[in-house]
Design a protein around this ligand. Structure first.
Ligand code: FE
Length: 186
């Protein structure tokens, strides 16, 4: 399964870089997010979405974009890259995970207060909290609930040294979901 090889290559080449401003690497962050999804009984598609939600950071993005005050729109890069292999139940929550933060900051001031300093900083580059109209539109999206769940796992997946299963643990379900999607589109 070629997509699994490409995902492994992305984790291998960029996974050890630090997750911007946080005490974990990109790979640790992804694997902790996936592990939380499993612990909360998420369907396989959402587990894979959690695992791959920041794949856009592992593709061709320069590592110092945030330091230079630039938002690389990694959620769009990742979603577009994945859309060739996976269905909307995986791609949509990934595309929406930054907007989910913007949404939660609008509807829940306590959420903003709990964000890490780096996440508060990137929020500014990402457009800040949603307007009420944007929040209404966001709520009506079919993947709204999934995007919020993914967001909470994303926010919590920043624990240095937490032992969690590795990438190999998830590749069989990545392969299964990719081939199911390819079957449908054939
Ligand atoms: Fe993340």
């Amino acid at each position: 399964m070629q997509i699994c090889d490409e995902i492994e290559a992305a984790f291998r080449s960029r996974g050890q870089s630090m997750y911007h401003g946080e005490p974990v690497s990109q790979a640790e962050h992804a694997l902790q997010a996936a592990d939380q999804a499993v612990r909360e009984g998420a369907a396989d598609a959402l587990v894979v979405a959690a695992l791959l939600h920041d794949i856009g950071h592992l593709l061709d993005e320069p590592e110092d974009l945030g330091d230079r005050g630039i938002d690389g729109r990694h959620e769009d890069t990742g979603a577009e890259w994945l859309a060739a292999h996976f269905g909307p139940e995986i791609v949509d929550p990934i595309r929406m995970h930054v907007d989910a933060k913007r949404y939660l900051c609008t509807v829940d001031p306590a959420y903003h207060a709990r964000l890490s300093p780096a996440s508060k900083q990137s929020l500014i580059l990402q457009g800040g909290p949603m307007t009420p109209d944007e929040a209404d539109r966001f709520e009506s999206h079919p993947s709204f609930e999934a995007a919020l769940r993914l967001r909470h796992w994303d926010d919590a997946a920043k624990i240095p040294g937490l032992p969690v299963p590795g990438l190999d643990h998830y590749l069989p379900r990545v392969a299964r979901l990719a081939s199911a999607c390819e079957e449908v589109s054939r």
